[in-house]
Design a protein around this ligand. Structure first.
Ligand code: ITT
Length: 197
């Protein structure tokens, strides 16, 4: 069965492809990096799961094949949950996604002088094939670092200390990250549901 990974984020594509290809599911994965011309949907949901459903339904309507979508971000306690669902456009001035470097810079500035640095990554994932809709979520707990550490991962990874490993996320290999990440956990929960289908 062909399934579309409905993300234009090449880092997500890499992580998800690795996880799903190493599962027992018999699927052939396509992804949106091969279709850069396709317009993105308006992500105007109020939660990660609402946005993941918006993406899944939008791309299913476009391609007509089963879709897996991911909406994710970092949630910082001391910032009342920001940037949360707005993680991709945190430093944006025009609603479009901002660069990851600018987003990290803004997060560091907002956290300056704050000692309570608890945060978590969150991921909502959806499988939609026109009739069946499965959803799953994953979280990984940690702290916002005082400065960037390491070069691995993407987005906010170099600013995140992963409690489960007691290590900065920016120093984890892709395999290590997938073991504990919000995306890894949501993917495995979705795979469980798809195995029973
Ligand atoms: P798609 O909508 O095409 O999937 P996107 O990057 O816009 O790509 P989101 O709307 O879900 O995806 O935004 C998620 C943002 O949250 C992402 O751009 C990163 O800045 C951040 N993020 C999500 N998962 C992350 C991870 O595993 N590590 C670091 N940052 C992450």
């Amino acid at each position: 069965m062909k399934v579309l990974l409905a993300t234009k984020n090449k880092h997500k594509v890499k992580e998800l492809t690795h996880i799903f290809e190493n599962s027992q599911l018999e699927i052939v994965l396509l992804n949106l990096t091969d279709f850069p011309e396709i317009e993105e949907p308006v992500e105007d949901g109020h939660t990660f799961i609402e946005n993941a459903i918006i993406k899944a339904k939008y791309y299913y309507a476009h391609f007509g094949i089963p879709v897996i979508s991911d909406d994710s971000g970092i949630v910082v306690d001391a910032l009342d949950g920001a940037p949360g669902i707005y993680s991709a456009r945190y430093a944006s001035v025009n609603q479009a996604n901002a660069s990851s470097a600018d987003n990290r810079k803004k997060l560091l500035a907002e956290m300056e002088g704050i000692t309570q640095r608890n945060a978590h990554f969150e991921c909502a994932m959806v499988y939609y094939d026109g009739t069946t809709c499965f959803t799953s979520t994953g979280k990984t707990e940690g702290l916002i670092l005082e400065k960037e550490v390491g070069h691995n991962g993407f987005g906010y990874d170099t600013l995140f200390y992963a409690s489960e490993y007691e290590k900065p996320m920016g120093l984890l290999s892709e395999d290590e990250k997938n073991q504990i990440s919000h995306r890894g956990k949501a993917s495995r929960a979705l795979i469980q549901q798809l195995m029973m289908k």
